[in-house]
Design a protein around this ligand. Structure first.
Ligand code: G3P
Length: 214
């Protein structure tokens, strides 16, 4: 599984989000790799209407229908076409009890939950809530030039060993070698943002990752 997190990059916002999702879909078709895009809440509907690959949200709040001005409601994202969501991303942290509530909420809606963790310890804490995936991303490597696979391969193997859940890894992933290392160490997939969104050719960059994931 490859999740391309669009974050709030200009290259992946509004009509650009739809265009980039279409590229991701083409790469998924061409390579046979499982590729999911995580779009901003405001773009989920337009992206999901346009592509047939899974579209995730980047965040949900631990709230139900009601008076929660400005909150991101999972039910609304589900209705808009999101089939899953990231939660507790390093750039949108939640308290542990909120992570628990969000996992339960996603489960009740039949949506896939990808709970992020900064390290293996946090991943183990979150795994007891039973998310579908735990994505381990060292915050200091996110958006950087050095990947988690190069800088912290032991974090990947420790996470796979200790966390009783499907483990994804992310941070700084840019090329096929990063993916090959993560896969070899037992990760079930990767999360990537800048390596695709900011690439000169997102199609070429994603194709390389997808080929390495096969
Ligand atoms: O969610 C994926 C992300 O945080 C990794 O970002 O830019 O290092 O690929 P990036």
């Amino acid at each position: 599984m490859i999740i391309v997190n669009f974050k709030t990059y200009r290259e992946a916002t509004g009509s650009n989000a739809v265009r980039l999702a279409e590229i991701c879909e083409q790469v998924a078709k061409k390579t046979g790799a499982g590729i999911t895009v995580a779009a901003q809440a405001a773009d989920v509907r337009s992206v999901a209407d346009f592509v047939s690959i899974p579209v995730f949200a980047q965040h949900i709040d631990a709230v139900d229908y009601g008076a929660h001005t400005g909150a991101t409601l999972a039910e609304a994202l589900h209705e808009a076409g999101a089939s899953g969501s990231l939660i507790n991303h390093s750039e949108q942290r939640l308290e542990l009890r909120q992570v628990d509530a969000c996992v339960k909420k996603l489960k009740s809606l039949g949506m896939t939950s990808v709970a992020c963790a900064a390290n293996d310890e946090e991943g183990m804490n979150i795994a007891r809530f039973g998310p579908d995936y735990i994505a381990v991303e060292p915050p200091e490597l996110i958006g950087g030039a050095v990947s988690v696979s190069t800088a912290k391969p032991e974090l990947i193997s420790n996470s796979v060993k200790k966390i009783r859940c499907n483990v994804l890894v992310g941070a700084g992933i840019k090329n096929g070698n990063d993916v090959a290392i993560a896969k070899k160490l037992g990760a079930r997939g990767i999360l990537v943002a800048s390596g695709i969104v900011k690439a000169a050719s997102p199609e070429r960059a994603l194709t390389e990752l997808a080929e390495a994931m096969k």
